[in-house]
Design a protein around this ligand. Structure first.
Ligand code: FAD
Ligand code: NAI
Length: 467
C-alpha cells in the first residue's frame, strides 16, 4: 500500500510539473524566424474552426503565412448557447489567435480586418480595418501565392424584413451577449410597476425560430436558466415565463435519428417548451411574428425575445467571389470545391468549412478535418517542390458522431458504431457531451476556464445581473 501511495505521489508531482512546464511554455514562446522572401505566401481568411485547424498544422518552415480576420480570436461555437444564459462566461470559449500564431516556427502575420474583395486573376485581396479605432491606413491590398478561404457563413434570413432589425442571431460572441442582455431587459421590464398583464405575457415569451441544433440547444439552455435561476429570483413572474420553438419541418433536429428526435420532443414537452412544427415564420415585427401554422392559418405570436436560428447562407464576400468566377461557381449556396478543397475556377485558391457547399454538413467537425487535411496538402506540395515523390490524396471525412444538449442535464448522441449507428440520450450522455467538448477545446486554458464556470454556476447559480 505504501509503494502504491508513493507511485501516486510521484505521478501527481510529475503531472503537476509537466502541467506547469506546459503553461510556462505557452506563456513564453520562443523567438520566431522572420518571413523568407524565397518562400511562397499563404494567406488565410478567417480565424474560426477551419482556419485555426489549418494554422495549427501548417508547417511555417515551408511557407510565409498571413491571417486576415475581423476577429482576433477563435470561438468555440459548441458552447456558445451556454454563454447566452451565463452557464459559461464568454471569454472562457475564446482563444486569442496570437496564442496560436506566436507558437509557429516562423512569424505569422495577423491583420484584424475584413477581406472585402478577392481578385483571383491578379492573386490579390483587399482588406479593410473594421474596428472602431482606426489608424491612418484603413485599406490595403495584399498579394498571395495561395489563398485559403475559411470565412464561414452568414445567418440565413431569406431576405425577410425585420429579422436583422428585431431578432437576435446566435453565431458570434456579440450575439450571445446581446441575447443575455435582452433577456434580462425583458424580465426586468415585465416586473416594472403596474405593467399590464398581457404585456407581462408578451415580454416573458421567448420565441426561438429554427429547430436545428442551434435553436434546440438555445431553447434547452434557456429552460435551465428559467428553472434553476430566474424562477427563484423573480418568484412573482415564475408562472409567466414561456418558451416556444418554431420549426417549418414536421420535426426538430432532422439530422438526428428518429428515436432521438422523439426523445428531444418529449423532453421539451416535459420541460414545457412549446414546439410548433410545420409552422413557418412569414413576417417579423418588433413585438410579434406572423407564422403560417400546420393548418395553413396565419397566426400572430407576440414575443419579448426572438432568437433566429434558421441556418446558413453565403457571406457577401463569398457571393462577390462567386459572381467573379460564375462560370465555375454555379451553386448559390456556397463555394464549389473539388475533393482536394480547390476552389473551382480560381487557381491556387482553397476553401474549407462553412464557406463551401458540398456533400458535408456545415459543422465544426468537417471544418476541422478539412483544415488538417489542407495543411497536409501544403506539406506535400512543399515536398514535391523539393523534388520528392509525394502523392496528394483526396479529402476523406470521418464522421465522429452528432451530439446536442436538450436541457435538464440531458443530451443526445448519434454515434457511429461498427458499420452502424448507436443512438443514446439522457443524463449519462450529457456527461459524455461535456467530456467530448472539454477534450475538443483548443487549449488547456479554455478547459480550465470552462470547468471553472461549470462549477461556479452549479455552486452559486447563474448571474442574473444585466450587463
Ligand atoms: P467559422 O468558424 O464561422 O469562422 C469564420 C471566420 O471567418 C471567423 O473568424 C470570421 O470572423 C471570419 N470572417 C468572416 N468574414 C470574413 C472576411 N470577410 N474576411 C476575413 N475573415 C472573415 N458544429 C459542430 O460540429 N458541433 C457543434 O456542437 C456545433 N455547435 C454549434 C453551435 C452554434 C451556436 C453554432 C452557431 C454553430 C455550431 N456548430 C457546431 C457549427 C460550427 O460552428 C461551424 O460549422 C464552424 O464554425 C464552421 O467553421 P468555419 O471555419 O467554416 O467558419
Ligand atoms: P439548421 O440549418 O440545422 O436548421 C435550421 C432550421 O430552421 C431548419 O430545421 C429549418 O427547417 C428551420 N427553418 C428555416 N426557415 C424557417 C422559417 N421561416 N420558420 C421556421 N423554421 C424555419 O441551422 P442551425 O441549427 O443554425 O445549424 C447550422 C449548422 O451548424 C448545422 O450544420 C448544424 O449541424 C451545425 N450545428 C451543430 C450543432 C451540434 O452538433 N450540436 C449545434 C449547432 C449547430
Amino acid at each position: 500500500l505504501r509503494a502504491l501511495k508513493r507511485v501516486v505521489q510521484i505521478g501527481t508531482v510529475g503531472a503537476l510539473g509537466y502541467g506547469a512546464y506546459e503553461i510556462y511554455g505557452k506563456r513564453h514562446p520562443v523567438e520566431q524566424k522572420p518571413f523568407d522572401p524565397k518562400k511562397r505566401t499563404v494567406v488565410v481568411l478567417g480565424s474560426g474552426w477551419g482556419a485555426v485547424s489549418f494554422l495549427k498544422s501548417i508547417n511555417t518552415d515551408d511557407y510565409n503565412v498571413m491571417v486576415v480576420s475581423p476577429r482576433n480570436y477563435f470561438l468555440f461555437t459548441p458552447l456558445l448557447p451556454s454563454c447566452t444564459v451565463g452557464t459559461i462566461e464568454l471569454r472562457s470559449i475564446m482563444e486569442p489567435i496570437r496564442f496560436i500564431t506566436r507558437h509557429k516556427s516562423r512569424n505569422v502575420k495577423f491583420y484584424e480586418s475584413e477581406c472585402t474583395d478577392i481578385d483571383p486573376e491578379s492573386k490579390t485581396i483587399s482588406i479593410t480595418d473594421v474596428s472602431d479605432v482606426k489608424g491612418a491606413v484603413t485599406n490595403t491590398t495584399i498579394p498571395y501565392d495561395y489563398l485559403v478561404m475559411a470565412i464561414g457563413a452568414d445567418n440565413q434570413t431569406f431576405g425577410m424584413a425585420g429579422v436583422r432589425e428585431y431578432a437576435c442571431f446566435l453565431k458570434e460572441i456579440w450575439d450571445a451577449q446581446k441575447i443575455r442582455t435582452r433577456l434580462m431587459d425583458c424580465v426586468e421590464s415585465a416586473g416594472f410597476a403596474s405593467q399590464a398583464p398581457e404585456e407581462v405575457d408578451r415580454l416573458l415569451h421567448m420565441v426561438v425560430v429554427g429547430g436545428g441544433p442551434t435553436g434546440v440547444e438555445y431553447a434547452a439552455e434557456l429552460h435551465d436558466f428559467l428553472k434553476d435561476d430566474l424562477e427563484t429570483w423573480y418568484p412573482e413572474l415564475a408562472d409567466k415565463f414561456r418558451i416556444t420553438l418554431v420549426e417549418a419541418l414536421p420535426n426538430v433536429l432532422p439530422m438526428f435519428s428518429s428515436q432521438l428526435i422523439q426523445y428531444t420532443e418529449s423532453t421539451f414537452k416535459q420541460n414545457k417548451i412549446d414546439v410548433l412544427t410545420k409552422t413557418m415564420v412569414k413576417e417579423v415585427g418588433d413585438k410579434s411574428i406572423k407564422v403560417m401554422d400546420a393548418n395553413k392559418n396565419m397566426v400572430s405570436i407576440p414575443y419579448g425575445l426572438l432568437v433566429w436560428a434558421t441556418g446558413n447562407c453565403p457571406r457577401p464576400l463569398t457571393r462577390k467571389l462567386m459572381a467573379r468566377i460564375k462560370d465555375s461557381q454555379t451553386s448559390p449556396r456556397g463555394l464549389l470545391v473539388d475533393d482536394y478543397m480547390r476552389v473551382a475556377g480560381a487557381p491556387d485558391m482553397y476553401a474549407i468549412g462553412d464557406v463551401t457547399f458540398s456533400k458535408y454538413a456545415p459543422t465544426a467537425q468537417v471544418a476541422t478535418q478539412q483544415g488538417l487535411y489542407l495543411a497536409s496538402v501544403f506539406d506535400n506540395l512543399a515536398r514535391i517542390e523539393e523534388g520528392k515523390n509525394k502523392k496528394i490524396t483526396p479529402f476523406e471525412y470521418s464522421h465522429q458522431g452528432s451530439l446536442a444538449y436538450i436541457g435538464s442535464d440531458k443530451a443526445i448522441a448519434d454515434l457511429p458504431f461498427l458499420n452502424g449507428n448507436v443512438s443514446v440520450g439522457g443524463v449519462a450522455t450529457y456527461v459524455f457531451w461535456r467530456s467530448v467538448y472539454i477534450s475538443n477545446m483548443f487549449s488547456f486554458r479554455n478547459r480550465f476556464l470552462v470547468v471553472g464556470d461549470w462549477m461556479k454556476s452549479k455552486v452559486f447559480g447563474r448571474d442574473v445581473s444585466r450587463e
